[in-house]
Design a protein around this ligand. Structure first.
Ligand SMILES: [Zn+2]
Length: 341
């Protein structure tokens, strides 16, 4: 009965969304945004437990899921949404890269589902996930308690950004804490190096890897018939990207390549659905961090000088502002190593 009610509700909301072209509130954790017939972006809500964005593509005889979230519980919500939309069974899950928020939903899909990534991503998941999970046992509950306390004692405007930012981090550490002992790492079993096409009866999607960027071996997904690009974390929209597992120079080249795609909609790894205009914005951010870190190293200033650098406009209004300092330290480290050699 509950399932039926949920299904009817989704259908109604979905219908409304089609009429108004607005996000569909299928869950407390993500909005389902229809970009074209059979193509959806699943956008993490502020304070939602999806954490990253996912994608759903109806291939005709099969459904594909792109980046099934941090939380297996929220990945189950994704599965229920697919069912409620009346889409065919999931046959493919794609992991854009190895970061936990893009892969931990893998475990909710049946054994027959192909989990697709680049070889580098599969290897990084195999290597890093056991270490990550072990480390999270220690720090996740502490961080959760810290953010719980900050949220509880917050006395300002709860609609304002500082409070919303606390809610985002609280949600992240809540998921990690709830996941302790519940993650069964599912390493991708279908690997490709540079390009893979998945053919369905209604459409094909193309997966590409153009080398290193946000991590080693990120992939992007392109839906050619609708000109929709799912960029994974190579593009963040309105948020500081995380650069500390990345390769700033190669990342810029990767983004140059993505600018050559004919793209109507770009679905970033984090942030709202955008257009190709988000790509040069991301390039400018990477260049900005590069330049600011380089100035400090060239001037012979110590690493502690990084902490005095304020976030410049317009990036001071972006989410995930704690990443700016991390990114600056990372780039300072790279340049100072080079300077020592
Ligand atoms: Zn990432």
């Amino acid at each position: 009965m509950k399932a039926l009610t949920f299904s009817l509700l989704i259908s109604l909301l979905f219908f409304c969304a089609c009429q108004k072209n607005k996000p569909v509130p299928v869950s407390d954790n993500f909005d389902l945004v229809q970009l074209a017939d059979g193509v959806y972006a699943c956008i993490n809500k502020t304070g939602g437990k999806a954490i990253c964005n996912a994608g759903i593509v109806d291939l005709g005889d099969a459904t594909l899921v792109f980046d099934p979230f941090l939380s297996p519980v929220v990945a189950e919500e994704l599965l229920r949404a697919i069912e409620a939309l009346g889409l065919p069974p999931v046959k493919y899950v794609v992991n854009s890269h190895y970061h936990n928020d893009h892969i931990r939903g893998n475990q909710v899909f049946s054994d027959e589902v192909k989990i697709i990534s680049t070889p580098a991503t599969a290897e990084l998941i195999r290597k890093h996930e056991p270490q990550e999970l072990e480390a999270e046992k220690g720090y996740a509950p502490r961080q959760r308690a810290f953010f719980d306390s900050l949220v509880q004692h917050y006395s300002g405007d709860t609609t304002a950004r500082p409070y919303q930012a606390l809610k985002m981090w609280q949600a992240y550490f809540e998921v990690l804490t709830e996941s302790i002992g519940n993650i069964k790492t599912r390493v991708p079993n279908t690997l490709f190096e540079k390009k893979k096409t998945l053919e369905g009866t209604n459409r094909a999607v193309e997966l590409y890897c153009f080398g290193k960027g946000h991590t080693t071996g990120d992939l992007v997904m392109y839906v050619p018939d609708q000109e929709i690009l799912f960029s994974g974390d190579l593009v963040f929209v309105g948020m500081h990207p995380y650069m500390a597992d990345g390769f700033a120079g190669e990342w810029l080249s990767y983004l140059d390549t993505l600018q050559n795609f004919d793209t109507k909609h770009l679905v970033p790894g984090h942030g709202d659905v955008s257009t190709p205009a988000a790509i040069p914005v991301m390039k400018d951010y990477l260049k900005m961090v590069d330049q600011k870190a380089r100035i400090l190293v060239d001037a012979g200033l110590p690493e502690s000088s990084v902490d005095t650098v304020r976030i410049p406009e317009p990036y001071d209004k972006w989410w995930f502002d704690r990443f700016f300092n991390i990114n600056m330290h990372f780039m300072y480290g790279r340049f100072s190593q080079k300077a020592d050699n």
